[in-house]
Ligand binder design. Structure first.
Ligand SMILES: *[C@@H]1O[C@H](CO)[C@@H](O)[C@H](O)[C@H]1NC(C)=O
Ligand SMILES: *[C@@H]1O[C@H](CO)[C@@H](O)[C@H](O)[C@H]1NC(C)=O
Ligand SMILES: *[C@@H]1O[C@H](CO)[C@@H](O)[C@H](O)[C@H]1NC(C)=O
Ligand SMILES: [Zn+2]
Length: 978
């Protein structure tokens, strides 16, 4: 049903093309033999978008002293070899590389490559800009990076360039939300290589290495169902069959006159491996990945030997052999599995954590490089909000206006690269991490021009905007030195929100137009330490701001007092001091909605109350560090490293009594390298814990993994909850895996899970939710407790290839990186908790504000006609081409989560925007590379008989679209600026 108006014509053209092309691409699969074991050989290369070398070094083959790898030569060589023999196949995965290569080819080569793609000889799989990490990425950034890659493939190759298979062969554990997204992007299946070694052993026994993943508990099946195949050998060739230029396995020597003729030996070994592999899979088809990291630079070696292998193995069929070998691709293999018409084991949890041996849990990278992880998250906010939204709202003047030419593309690509599984994951070499950060910074420079232009247009003032990017350490030369300035605060969400702004200043009293909760606090010792000589402000001006949905408000700030403030004008401190104790001058800290108490003896937080719901829990919070294993250990020689977390002991070291001071906020000083500020804000229902950790000392030669732990009176029965890529929440239970009997060998590291935006613990009465400002690892080791790893500094490499200890220093922090972040805590009744943490997490991901210099007229602007219902998140609003914008609306609640909000909601697309007329709309799949009504995926039958509830569902009209819990709907809108 073309339920949306425009582009009918458009539609028909595409449709014809799809029909023709799908047939062609599918016919290109080599025939298989139903009565034989069919071995699908899949030639492939795994090209990391940065790891030991930067993405550019990998592309050109620069710095081969670090690692011999050059992607441009791989593509050159493979194309030559594909032309030589039409039977040969190749798959390509990372569009970030392919795109660079394509741009440099002659039109004759491009024509040739198009033909190879049309004939299915070169097949794109996955096809995003990179192969994203699954533990530490946020869904919004993953959807974006897939969208750019797939858009390039569609625009370059049409429907034959549309990958049918998701290919996540290397990520270190697999997130349920990734599977859900892939399903909604139209993929027919997913293949990966890494899973827990115990899980694999179990699945091999049960023949469950191929399964059906039901990746959402809210979306109606089969919307988020994804067929999932676990590859037999990671992504490497079977033992003895690596024919790359850097492999040492014997080539096929098939001249019978020569002494070392080895065809019989090779064939015999191959048949043995194939038959063995067939015993742990269900059908008479098996897959072998013939390639590995950066292989095929000299593709002739591989193909010459594969041609011979196929020839000699199949020649034996004449003598009764029942093994048939063929060149294949993942989608050809998947097609055969689908044809087999079997039922498949159903999985509803995820594949975390990943261990490849008893003491080798890959749970360290959940936290590795916390500063890069935060910068990636901030950049996502900058891109989504500032760049994408304001580019649309401002119209064409945003790209070319009073401040010059800007673009969002640079930032989009930088963000896409940063999603790679050795980027935001923190598992790259230091110089590569620096390069990712540099790319993001460059992207932001391009975006700033877009934003300045857009705001100039919207506010009819071309006053220069200053972007204060170091506010986390109280640095902003403008606010520090000006007596009068205005602050432009922008709200990217579809609902109005208020939040607190903190600005470095030198004065002691300010007036701020219309702002509530105004106060001036001295810059803390921790902040002075961490900002070093980058700023000199003595105070911070704090006030509450409010901005309309998808819009901004401008606040005017003027200095009233330079010296110490007279008592009468001093803003009322938000603290109520009830008692004075020996060490502490405070014990209770109350504001409107929340109350916290501190233990007068230890100085630690001791309880948290929600005054609205009249709930109180005991809550002790402290900082600890695990001593990282150095590998010199009886059980195993595995040290902690960038990937792996392995504490020496299950008992972490602790700092018992912080020094505490109260200056309208509670400042705790645990050690010269660990401090924290506890804050409550007017109008806020959350407690803010701003932690600062570093430089982590290593003069004792001990690597350290720093955590904070919340110990509460909540009765958790060893269960806690973490989000998956920032979206649906999964239950985690200590020493337990839902689909196999776990033999726990690492009591701490084996219980760590990724937290992308939130984690919570609850019982029937109380739910304590922690919203984080970046991805981190976390666990619940004791009843009622939740720990989050904040920072890691390690002295050894962990033998997973990166070849460097995770020991971050920089020019500003030569003695070790200092990291600062925030945890936001809320205490609610479980049935209403999601009403708080869902919007809060979106705010933390997207929040942004900045300061223009000169005076402007008081100004409010909202890009929406009205706020959207609380359940609706405006996930994407970005320019697509000249007159079209891409819009994604998301229902941000799970079906069971909220009494009030877990219901379908309807939005009228024509009544959304205040500055744009929507002239037409067509719905797309999640990755925007296929029209929604042309999506047709394989269906698969799960083993269990539970019949999915197939609620069919119609929108009320062409413009009214309904979103059910957790649903994301993607639209291409034709718009005109009003
Ligand atoms: C698949 O199997 C089911 C039951 O086992 C059968 O009813 C159906 O016809 C089969 N489909 C095909 C295409 O063979
Ligand atoms: C703010 O005050 C500090 C301390 O007095 C001083 O070092 C700094 O230069 C001042 N900043 C400005 C911009 O005047
Ligand atoms: C795919 O690309 C073609 C141009 O090659 C374009 O006409 C079509 O609209 C694109 N499809 C989608 C869903 O964007
Ligand atoms: Zn990789």
């Amino acid at each position: 049903r073309h339920h949306l108006l425009t582009a009918q014509l458009f539609f028909n053209t595409v449709c014809v093309c799809v029909c023709v092309c799908v047939c062609v691409c599918m016919q290109s699969c080599h025939a298989t033999k139903p009565d034989m074991l069919n071995v699908h050989l899949v030639p492939h290369t795994h090209d990391d978008v940065g790891w030991l070398k930067t993405v550019d070094q990998y592309y050109y083959g620069d710095r081969n002293d670090i690692q011999h790898a050059g992607v441009q030569y791989i593509l050159d060589s493979v194309v030559d070899q594909l032309i030589k023999n039409p039977d040969r196949r190749f798959i390509y995965v990372e569009t970030a590389f392919f795109y660079r290569w394509w741009k440099q080819q002659s039109s004759a080569t491009q024509q040739t490559v198009k033909q190879l793609v049309d004939e299915g000889r070169l097949e794109f799989v996955n096809g995003g800009w990179c192969m994203s990490d699954e533990a530490t990425t946020h869904y919004s950034a993953v959807i974006d990076q897939m969208t750019i890659g797939l858009r390039f493939l569609n625009e370059t190759f049409g429907p034959c360039g549309r990958p049918r298979v998701a290919w996540h062969i290397d990520p270190f554990g697999h997130a349920r939300e990734h599977a859900s997204m892939f399903a909604q992007m139209g993929y027919d299946g997913l293949f990966f290589g890494r899973l827990d070694y115990q899980d694999r052993a179990h699945r091999m026994r049960e023949k469950e290495q191929e399964l059906l993943w039901r990746a959402s508990d809210s979306l109606t099946p089969p919307m988020a169902d994804l067929f999932t195949g676990i590859l037999p050998n990671g992504y490497n060739p079977p033992e003895g069959f690596c024919w790359d230029q850097f492999c040492d396995d014997p080539p096929i020597r098939d001249d019978p006159d020569l002494e070392d003729y080895n065809v019989d030996d090779v064939v015999k070994r191959f048949l043995a491996i194939a038959k063995n592999q067939a015993t742990v899979y269900k059908t008479n088809h098996i897959i072998m990945t013939m390639g590995s990291d950066f292989q095929y630079e000299n593709a002739n070696l591989w193909y010459k030997n594969l041609d011979k292998l196929i020839h000699y193995v199949n020649a034996l069929q004449a003598k009764g052999s029942k093994v048939n070998v063929l060149y294949s691709t993942p989608s050809c293999y998947l097609q055969e599995l689908h044809r087999a018409n079997l039922t498949w084991a159903l999985k509803t949890d995820d594949f975390f954590p990943y261990a490849d041996d008893a003491h080798d849990f890959w749970t360290g990278y959940f936290t590795s490089r916390p500063a890069l992880k935060r910068y990636e998250r901030i950049s996502n906010g900058n891109l989504q909000v500032i760049c994408n939204q304001l580019e649309v709202l401002g119209g064409p003047v945003s790209r070319k206006g009073p401040f010059g030419e800007g673009d969002s593309q640079t930032m989009k690509k930088a963000m896409a690269v940063a999603q790679h599984h050795d980027a935001v994951s923190g598992t790259e070499k230091q110089h590569v991490a620096n390069d990712y950060a540099r790319k993001l910074a460059e992207g932001w420079q391009h975006c700033q021009v877009v934003v300045s232009n857009s705001l100039a247009g919207l506010s009819s003032s071309s006053a220069e905007r200053i972007y204060c990017d170091n506010l986390n350490v109280s640095v902003c030369p403008l606010t520090e030195s000006s007596k009068k300035f205005s602050v432009n605060v922008y709200n990217p969400l579809a609902q109005p929100v208020n939040w607190a702004v903190r600005l470095p200043v030198n004065g002691t009293a300010y007036s701020v137009s219309d702002a509530k909760g105004r106060s001036v606090v001295p810059v803390s010792r921790a902040t002075q330490n961490v900002r070093r000589n980058r700023g000199f402000a003595v105070n911070e001006l704090v006030f509450q701001v409010q901005a309309p949905p998808l819009g901004y408000t401008i606040y005017f700030v003027s200095l009233r007092q330079d010296g110490p403030p007279p008592a009468s004008t001093q803003p009322r401190p938000p603290t109520v001091i009830k008692n004075k104790y020996r060490k502490l001058n405070i014990c209770v800290y109350v504001l409107q909605f929340l109350q916290v108490t501190f233990d007068p003896d230890t100085g630690l937080l001791s309880s948290l109350s929600n005054l609205e719901t009249k709930q109180t829990i005991k809550l002790t919070q402290n900082f600890y560090w695990y001593n990282a294993s150095d590998g010199k250990n009886m059980d195993s020689s595995q040290p902690s490293g960038a990937y792996i977390f392995r504490p020496n002991s299950s008992t972490p070291f602790v700092y018992v009594s912080p020094q505490t001071s109260v200056v309208q906020e509670v400042r705790q000083w645990f050690a010269p390298w660990v401090s924290q500020v506890v804050r409550l804000y007017t109008d806020s229902r959350t407690l803010e814990l701003e932690w600062t950790v570093g430089p982590v000392p290593i003069d004792d030669h001990l690597g350290k993994e720093v955590i904070t732990r919340l110990d509460t009176s909540i009765k958790t029965s060893e269960i806690f909850y973490t989000d998956s890529n920032g979206r649906e929440v999964l239950q985690r239970r200590k020493d337990f895996r839902p689909t196999w009997q776990l033999k726990q060998s690492e009591p701490i590291a084996g219980n760590y899970y990724p937290i992308n935006s939130r984690a919570f613990i609850k019982d029937d009465e109380d739910q304590l939710t922690v919203v984080t400002d970046r991805s981190q690892g976390g666990a619940s080791i004791q009843n009622g407790s939740l720990e989050i790893m904040l920072h890691r500094r390690l002295l050894y490499d962990d033998f997973r290839g990166v070849g460097e200890p995770l020991n971050e220093i920089s020019s500003i922090f030569p003695e070790g990186l200092v990291v600062r972040g925030r945890l936001l805590l809320s205490l609610d009744r479980p049935p209403t908790a999601a009403d708080t943490h869902r919007p809060l997490a979106q705010q933390v991901v997207l929040f942004k504000w900045f300061c223009p210099v000169s005076q402007l007229r008081t100004h409010h602007f909202s890009g929406l006609q009205a706020a959207l219902p609380p359940a609706v998140h405006l996930l994407t609003l970005t320019q697509w081409d000249k007159d079209k914008v891409l819009l994604r609306l998301e229902h941000q609640f799970q079906s069971w989560e909220s009494k009030r909000n877990s219901k379908p909601v309807t939005v009228n697309l024509q009544k959304l925007f205040s500055t744009l007329d929507v002239l037409g709309a067509s719905e797309l799949n999640l990755s925007a590379n296929q029209w929604k009504d042309e999506m047709s995926r394989f269906d698969w039958t799960p083993q269990t008989d539970e019949k999915p509830l197939l609620k069919t569902f119609e929108d009320h009209s062409d413009w009214e679209v309904t979103l059910r819990p957790m649903e994301i709907r993607t639209f291409l809108l034709r718009v005109r600026l009003r």
